[in-house]
Design a binder for this molecule. Sequence first.
Ligand code: UD1
Ligand code: CA
Length: 526
Amino acid sequence: MRDRDVRCKKLPSRLQSRERCDSGPTVSAPPPLGAVLLAAGLGKRMRSARAKVLHELVGRPLVCHVLAALAPLDPDPVALVVGHQAEAVRAAVADAECPGIRDLRIVLQAEQRGTGHAVACAAEAFAGFGGDVLVLYGDVPLLRPATLRALLEGHRAACADLTLVTLSFAHPAGYGRILRGPDGRVTGIVEERDASDVQRAITEVNPGLYAVRAELLFRLLAELAPDNAQGELYLTDAVALAAREGYRVHTVQAGSAAELAGVNTRAELADMEVRVRGEIVERWMAAGVTFEDPATAYVGPDVVIGRDTVIGPNVQLRGRTRVGEGCRLDGTAYLADTTLGDRVHLLFGCVADGAEIGHDARIGPFARLRPGTRLGERVHIGNFVETKQAVLGAGTKANHLTYLGDCEIGPDTNVGAGTITCNYDGFAKHRTTIGARVQIGSDTQLVAPVSVGDDAYVGAGTTVTRDVPSGSLVVSRAPQREVAGWVARKRALVAGKPVEGAAKPAGVRALRPKAKAAPARARRRR
Ligand code: UD1
Ligand code: CA
């Protein structure tokens, strides 16, 4: 490695490159590839207590988007430089939502002294590594693998020492400008803050994608000085150093301004969110899904939607949600990690998280399906019904004002309005089991643990505290009584009028059992 560098340095750059390209095994077997991803900055312009790379685009942290673009190139090792909220960034990339990288090494940049310093912090991870390193920023979430491949192929085809992507941006504000000499070769990059008016007028910018020979990269970084407006060690200054020292600096035009835009402010993040969301919705429309109001649909990148499904206004489909074919979502729904079978009708205003809904089910309006809800085919869940860890058999219905938690219900059972599974006794959760073809009367409380056998009937207003055998009727109800004339006496009392017949005790008649009612009446008459 060292020999090669010494030789490269002494020769005119074109010769260096050709010689290196023609000699040795690099032509048949490309050198190893590693990567450094910078994610240590706070992102001052976000005005946030949260590290910028943790802010989310379509529900996924920015840094995970960049890792997703990097993963297909299979670099090894990859150093992720963390600093601000290092633990949270580490946790975000360890999350299953973040694409796996073979050998991810987390490197700490304890103090944020600039992008050059950040890359230098990864030097140890590349000790003895003799290959190319891709250097990327963690705030460029729309980056595509194809652009990284173009960078790498350009770098290798040109036998360059350092290659960077450059692009012309119609609005270059905020980006480093590419400086070229009279012969057109890159001589350096100037940051906007440090640029003269003439330099600011340059529209060729640095989107921040580099491929560099590892050994050269870390040697150049050691030479950086913080002589700029921010007093930082700029990675971009390594480009000028390489050019000045006679190394071959190559540029590749790849990607687009839309793809390579960095996120520095909340407004930029919001713009990007709208754009990406629009693209996702367009993709699903092209695949045969109708959106009644595409502008208000929120569809996450990992969501799948079947053909001929119609999605009304204000629908959010997040996480790993799967919607089957021919479904109808009326509108204002929030579904996360939820699976809908085919032809499901989701009426207005439903929330579901971690639920599975069978074919031809009808849900809502205003239903809440919590994690562990599994609804069979043709289940009906109506308004103001909440389910949690609830498994309902095919054709079962719970249409009104009901809480079903920690329960299993067989097929074709009807759960009446106002039914509650009392699953929590203040210490632990208990299960309720209800069989097939059961009729649960309105306003039933099932005090778990409890079970109701197949074909049982539960009378309205019953508090079920003991297991109910199959085929039986269960009723628990306070006896009803009527107090004759009570209202008239009460009104008179409130109005301060003499109460007619006040001396007489109120007439009370217990309805059931009839046998006991007669003596009670007899006693009062005496
Ligand atoms: C950088 C480039 C600029 C380029 C632009 C493209 C430099 C000096 N400037 O500017 O030429 O046009 O990106 O988007 O490189 N970071 C660290 N440690 C630090 C500082 C930053 O890890 O000490 C990380 C940040 O977390 C971020 C990335 O580096 O992911 C870029 O930092 P940022 O401050 O956004 O750089 P820009 O000013 O956008
Ligand atoms: Ca940036």
